[in-house]
Design a protein around this ligand. Sequence first.
Ligand SMILES: [Fe+2]
Length: 240
Amino acid sequence: MYDLHCHILFGVDDGADSAEESVRMARIACDGGSRGIVATPHCNISEFERNEWTSEFTKKLIMLNSTLAELNIPLKIYPGQEIFCGDDVPQLLKSGKFLTINGSRYVLVEFDFGEYSENVYSKLSRIISEGYVPIVAHPERYGFVQENSDAPYRMKNMGCLLQINKGSVKGGFGRGAFLAAKEMLDAQLVDFAASDGHGPFMRTPFLADAHELISENHSADYADLIFKINPKRVLKNKNI
Ligand SMILES: [Fe+2]
């Protein structure tokens, strides 16, 4: 499996605290069947939490991949970010201050949980008009999606892709997120399932149980599509 959304890069956000913790998360991901993870630190949250991608981030990523190779942990970490969506995202991507997923045209975006739907659509359409493909992180967690079951259709029709969190499938983000995720899965609107992992103890990057649950409740083919096939295509910048 390939996990497109994980806070595995240490010391950059509220994810892994240390290199040791990143390695622990990598072991857990491997045990859960993952072979690739995109490191997606939060960024652009506010003036004070911009978290622009710098050479320090690149050094940490290289170091982490080297450590995993030395320890014979069969997992590769790819570069990316989870970008808090403002009107300036296309410019920031073009300037290289923020990253798409592994240098592809796919960009992982998040919003304030109380954001108005029209603001979300307007920001997403700005990104699309500049030639990027937004992957909306955990749409099932947003109020505007939980309150309006047409919202996922609207985002998909615009050209966005949708990534649900494995925790939502298991009820870890409450009933609203659970039901919204179920509805999107039933309608096969989900393009990716990812861990949104933040550590080795809570919100881990272990994916196998969520893959099994979706295989049982929907189909094995659909689970493979959203945990394996689609994420791998993103890493290679192929069409979904
Ligand atoms: Fe996240």
